[in-house]
Design a protein around this ligand. Structure first.
Ligand SMILES: C[C@@H](N)C(=O)N[C@H](C)C(=O)O
Ligand SMILES: [Zn+2]
Length: 235
């Protein structure tokens, strides 16, 4: 059983002040495969399935993040598990995602200027640029896209993975829960509180994206980031 307070509403996300976050002071922690650390963590690479160039056929995360996921998996009731869609993400994949989504937004909003399109994109896909002071979260090995499973089946979360709409905002169902999505709202709560319990922070536009040690985590916690760009993301 989950602790009762794992079903309390997801709090409205604070406005993180990214500008104040310093460049990461790289700690040199290695990348590890979390599926090798726990039988209750699985990887189904979403971008590999989509055939994106450079997509990873295994999941790699910084050791500190991977160990936190192992702890989270241990807190799950019998029969529950974690399913990872994406971990460390090569820059090539980040760029393919960015270009793909830019095409969708440009098609859907023909009136939007390139700058307006970029602002919309910023909510859902980090810019695919190699900047040591501001690396894209997944290029640090400190970000993970994941969901909860019961008896091997992913739980209903109200949207699919990478559904770049308002409904995917983590607390959206707290503000306006359409009839029939109460279970999805509760499942988001369980994932949110489970991740918080092991020290991870959520990206408010995406119920599936959690982070540790990188700039977004630093902005939320007020600590200094210690995961920088991983050279494994080159090429
Ligand atoms: C693309 C999506 N799965 C994701 O990870 N978005 C965040 C914002 C990112 O690109 O870092
Ligand atoms: Zn992500």
């Amino acid at each position: 059983m989950f602790p009762r307070d794992f079903l309390t509403p997801i709090p409205a996300a604070p406005k993180d002040d990214w500008e104040k976050v310093p460049a990461p002071a790289e700690c040199g922690e290695p990348l590890v495969d979390p599926t090798e650390l726990s039988p209750r963590i699985a990887y189904n690479g979403a971008y590999l399935s989509q055939g994106l160039p450079g997509a990873m056929d295994r999941c790699l995360l910084r050791r500190g993040l991977a160990h936190r996921l192992v702890r989270a998996a241990e807190l799950l009731p019998e029969g529950w598990s974690l399913l990872i869609f994406d971990g460390l993400r090569p820059l090539r994949v980040q760029k393919a995602l960015y270009d793909q989504f830019r095409e969708v937004v440009t098609r859907e909003r023909p009136q939007a200027s390139p700058a307006e399109v970029e602002l919309i994109l910023d909510d859902f896909v980090a810019r695919p640029v190699k900047r040591p002071s501001r690396p894209a979260p997944h290029t640090t090995g400190g970000a993970v896209d994941l969901t909860l499973c019961r008896d091997g089946a992913p739980l209903e979360m109200g949207t699919g993975f990478d559904d770049f709409t308002d409904l995917a905002h983590t607390d959206w169902l707290e503000r306006a829960c359409p009839p029939g999505l109460e279970e999805a709202r509760d499942n988001r709560r369980l994932l949110y509180h489970l991740m918080a319990e092991v020290g991870l922070v959520n990206y408010p536009c995406e119920w599936w994206h959690y982070a540790y040690g990188e700039r977004q985590w630093a902005a939320r916690t007020g600590k200094a980031p210690f995961y920088g760009y991983c050279p494994e993301c080159d090429g």
